[in-house]
Design a protein around this ligand. Structure first.
Ligand SMILES: *Cc1c(COP(=O)(O)O)cnc(C)c1O
Length: 468
């Protein structure tokens, strides 16, 4: 279908209704109720520039979610398109099986270990974050086999974690809805409490609660028997679970417990990596020393699929020196075009000092502006960390009273966001953002202004329904 250009619009205009019909005829969307979507029609995004996207009707929308936590350098970056074009013309694909390699995959591995914590010298590539976590599961088990402790099989994760949607990724994830579909989790994956003070703190001071939540890991290790526990996996800040920011005491205590029982620590940095928390990796922000780091999303700013695992020395030395062949890998492990785009993406992050900018400028500024939303009558809590932030919609602030789940208040609020030209995601009644790392202070002001307006409209709406 050929888009019509009109002078007044900054994006091409499409026949939205026709596209929506065609969409619902053939396209099964991820994490979607297809019948409900067909009745409503998808919003079709047609263009992006900087921190904004445009839909097929010409509405400009400030993308507070960086696509899906990934378009960190913003939309419309010609450098990334050029890198892909050059590499496609030179060598669009070659595999890394059978003792071969390609130049971008080699160069990217060097670039990644340069920004990773010092004890990381090796990289395993995948096509996505889910495949990265599948690789973690296989690598962890392989490690313990080689080390002569094959009974160390159990991986401990957390309720409400998100680690992907493959069979192993969904098993590591702690999402009830996912586990209910397809006999998950697979054996030897167990879950402990998430460090969510708002829900689980029961009035404990936040630092104290951080220790209590971390000790759930120790309790579970002792219950299962330390000789059976292979690894613990967690996101430094839980993303899809609703931007759950742990108390500052949590991760150091997790590290202590992993060290004490010799349990491997895997940090899923698919969201937190590449500057999102103002450091190259969330592990650095949290002050921990993981053995494995899963990455994806921000590594290529989402311009092309790429993921992988940074492998720390403890695991790498065993795999390399004692392991022989590791029977694992993907056709697209080390895809030359994906690696070329990622290399250029890392160069942009460095050139534009995006990691420092988040840590020293936009992160603290967002914190100040976003956390001020806590004065809104509908907001029970507003918190941020680097360039992720979340707020909780509540019925009553003092004492805190939340809305019944079935009212789906978050979805009502999300509707107002879209209509006002800002994307904020709803996870239950937690409204969350993760804007592109290139966002400016003025754009943060614009975003917060739009969010405040939507909160006002949501409140009016809920009042007219008699829900508050
Ligand atoms: C998105 C995400 C994944 C899964 O990555 P995909 O590329 O969608 O497979 C895994 N872990 C975390 C923390 C994520 O946010």
């Amino acid at each position: 279908m050929k888009p019509m250009e009109t002078a007044a619009r900054t994006a091409p205009i499409y026949d939205t209704a026709a596209l929506q019909r065609e969409d619902s005829l053939h396209y099964l969307h991820p994490f979607t109720d297809h019948k409900a979507l067909a009745a409503q029609g998808a919003r079709i995004i047609v263009r992006g520039e900087g921190i904004y996207v445009w839909d097929s009707e010409g509405l400009r929308i400030l993308d507070g979610m960086s696509g899906l936590w990934c378009v960190n350098v913003g939309y419309g970056r010609k450098e990334l398109a050029d890198a892909a074009y050059r590499q496609m013309m030179e060598l669009p694909f070659y595999n890394s099986f059978f003792n071969t390699a390609n130049v971008p995959a080699i160069k990217l591995a060097s670039a990644l270990v340069k920004v990773a914590p010092p004890h990381f010298e090796h990289v395993f590539y995948t096509g996505s974050g889910s495949e990265g976590n599948d690789t973690v599961v296989r690598m962890v088990r392989r490690y313990w086999d080689i080390e002569g402790q094959p009974q160390r099989k159990i991986i401990i994760s957390r309720h409400n974690a998100y680690h992907g949607s493959t069979v192993a990724g969904a098993s590591l994830s702690g999402m009830k809805g996912m586990h209910a579909q397809g006999d998950l989790p697979i054996p030897n994956i167990v879950h402990i409490e998430q460090p969510y003070h708002f829900e689980n703190g029961h009035g404990l001071p936040i630092d104290e609660y951080g220790i209590v939540a971390a000790r759930r890991l120790e309790e579970r290790i002792l219950e299962l028997g330390p000789e059976r526990v292979a690894a613990f996996i967690g996101e430094p800040v839980q993303g899809a679970g609703g931007v759950i920011i742990p108390p500052p005491t949590y991760w150091p205590e997790i590290q202590r417990i992993c060290d004490r029982y010799g349990v491997l620590l895997a940090s899923d940095e698919v969201i937190c990596g590449f500057g999102r928390l103002g450091h190259w990796f969330g592990a650095q922000y949290m002050g921990i020393r993981p053995d494995l780091i899963t990455f994806a999303k921000g590594v290529s700013s989402g311009y092309i699929p790429l993921g992988g695992v940074l492998v720390g020395d403890r695991v790498a030395r065993t795999l390399i020196d004692k392991g022989g062949e590791f029977h694992h890998g993907f056709t697209y492990s080390g895809h030359p075009v994906a690696c070329a785009v990622a290399l250029e993406n890392l160069a942009i992050i460095e050139r534009e000092h995006l990691v420092d900018k988040v840590r020293e400028d936009t992160g603290p500024y967002l914190k100040q502006q976003f956390e001020a939303l806590a004065d809104h009558p509908l907001v029970g809590l507003a918190e941020s960390c680097g360039l992720v932030a979340g707020l909780v919609l509540v019925k009553n602030k003092r004492p805190v009273e939340t809305f019944a789940e079935e009212l789906a208040v978050g979805m009502i609020c999300r509707g107002y966001m879209f209509r006002n030209g800002v994307i904020m995601r709803a996870v239950g009644d937690r409204m969350i953002i993760a804007p592109p790392l290139v966002i400016s202070r003025a754009q943060i002001d614009e975003m917060i202004g739009l969010i405040r307006r939507c909160l006002d409209q949501t409140r009016q709406d809920l009042k007219s329904r008699g829900w508050i």
